[in-house]
Design a protein around this ligand. Structure first.
Ligand SMILES: [Zn+2]
Length: 502
């Protein structure tokens, strides 16, 4: 009997089916990259199918990270007490002077961490300083291909700097710093979108493993003309749009000054919202904003860990779900949330809902958190109906968890345990499109040790090259920090902080 390269069957595992709270004993037949059949242990399969032993393994759908930044990996842990605005002020220091190899390396490291921690697909908003380049975008796509991870990748674009985006901030800077930040203004948007358009038109870039999208970084950092150009570009190419909307209270307040309405109302009026639109964070959304997002079928990528880390507050996930918004979960970049652990992000989505108040009915349940981390993410990434469920017809993006690991001794309620106990340490195998990408904590696709050596060399070279930018960032921290803390004391229609502003 010859081995059948097309078919493999996973036998004797416990499998988490969509909507179930408890895993069931099932075998999984995979043909190529797709799940073909689920059946009782010992079910009949085509002759010669490769048999994979799943005994003492729980198999759950690969987690889907709906918001990360590939460029963040080389800047992990570089900051501590950073608000979002201080992180943005530090951007030229922590992300500047990257070579093409650095850009590839950072995306590959980021993808490697996600895969090793049970995540099989992501929405990556990657940044190139000063603007996206054709080679850079190709390098990011190559990184995902090499790691073997599914991704929707979106170059970040803007035509205004932080200092132009927040009314009053530029004027609050001493003149020497004004001169310095004047040099940071992004190039006109037509030039920025030129390379993006060339990349989008390249044949063979998009596949069932890689999709492209566009990320107008933060609406306030884009002129209205630019936002409309992004809208037309996305519509013309049938791709997604992803933007950091109402992430900080500073942004929410700045919008009232600049737009005389909320950010969401503004981008709605410009025609950006639609099922292809993903809001990152969405902490400072009010009821009307949530209704608008729901009406347009948009998604929100909820990043509870990053939201706490940057002091932006706690998003109202229950409010979003109640309004009918598709909610997905993200880690955010390692430059702001410092790791790429989707188990942790999912756990925090549950926990964050529980510190918002005593009404249990507003708390997020573990099945809701799990749904957001799988199917919610699939929809945000533009992969709805293809990933996020273990079901015939879906891609075989599967995570094998070791039921003999301490996290599972004893195994009681599967979904509670996945969301509240598992932290990635019991992951034994990660399969993406039927291909084993990680096994027993090792990547089978790229040489992590070699990437690590390159990362150490890059860190050394970049910290020397970016030293002037570090010194500038240090000077900006005081001025930007003082201005933003003062601004954050102003009242706003919703309050998402953990306590009253002091
Ligand atoms: Zn982000």
């Amino acid at each position: 009997m010859t081995a059948d390269a097309r078919h493999q069957v996973i036998r004797n595992a416990l499998v988490l089916r969509p909507g179930a709270q408890q895993a069931e004993p099932l075998d999984i037949l995979i043909e190529g990259d797709t799940i073909r059949e689920l059946g009782p242990h010992g079910m009949a399969v085509p002759d010669g199918a490769t048999v994979v032993d799943g005994a003492r393994r729980l198999i759950h759908p690969g987690l889907i990270n709906a918001h990360t930044h590939g460029h963040g990996a080389l800047a992990k842990a570089m900051g501590d007490r950073w608000s979002l605005e201080l992180l943005l002020a530090a951007g030229p220091w922590i992300s500047g002077n990257r070579s093409l190899e650095d850009k590839y390396l950072s995306a590959a490291l980021n993808a490697a961490e996600m895969v090793l921690k049970g995540c099989t697909a992501c929405y990556d908003l990657f940044m190139e300083v000063p603007a996206p380049s054709l080679e850079g975008m190709q390098a990011i796509a190559r990184a995902y291909g090499d790691v073997g991870m599914r991704a929707t990748i979106a170059p970040m674009v803007a035509d205004m700097s932080l200092y132009q985006a927040i009314p009053g901030l530029y004027d609050a800077l001493p003149s020497t710093l004004q001169d310095a930040v004047d040099k940071m203004r992004p190039q006109p948007y037509a030039a920025t979108l030129k390379d993006v358009a060339v990349f989008l038109k390249k044949p063979g870039v998009q596949s069932d493993r890689l999709k492209l999208a566009l990320a107008p970084t933060i609406p306030l950092h884009c002129s209205d003309d630019f936002l409309c150009a992004c809208r037309d570009c996305a519509r013309g190419h049938g791709i997604g749009l992803h933007s950091h909307v109402a992430e900080s209270k500073i942004q929410a307040l700045a919008a009232v000054t600049r737009y005389k309405r909320t950010i969401t109302a503004h981008i709605d009026a410009l025609g950006l919202l639609g099922p292809q639109f993903t809001v990152a964070h969405g902490i400072w959304l009010d009821d009307d904003d949530m209704r608008r997002l729901a009406d347009h079928g948009a998604s929100v990528a909820h990043n509870p860990g990053s939201n706490m880390r940057l002091g932006n507050g706690i998003a109202d996930m229950r409010g979003l779900l109640k309004a009918g918004v598709n909610v997905a979960i993200g880690t955010d970049g390692s430059n702001s949330a410092d790791n790429q652990n989707m188990y942790e992000a999912t756990r925090l989505a549950s926990f964050a809902s529980k510190v918002r108040g005593p009404d249990l009915m507003r708390w997020i349940t573990t099945p809701e958190a799990m749904h957001a981390a799988t199917e919610g993410g699939a929809r945000a990434l533009g992969f709805a109906g293809q990933i996020g469920r273990i079901e015939p017809g879906y891609k075989a993006d599967l995570v094998f968890v070791d039921l003999d690991h301490i996290n599972w001794l004893p195994h009681t309620r599967t979904v509670n345990q996945l969301v509240h106990v598992e932290d990635g340490t019991a992951v034994r195998r990660v399969m993406i499109g039927g291909r084993v990408v990680a096994q027993d904590g090792r990547l089978l696709t790229v040489d992590l040790a070699s990437l690590g050596r390159q990362a150490e060399a890059a860190r050394e070279r970049l910290s020397a090259a970016n030293e002037p930018m570090r010194l500038l960032a240090e000077k900006l921290q005081d001025a930007v920090g003082t201005f933003c803390i003062g601004m954050a004391r102003e009242p706003y229609t919703v309050d998402r902080y953990g306590s009253r502003v002091q």
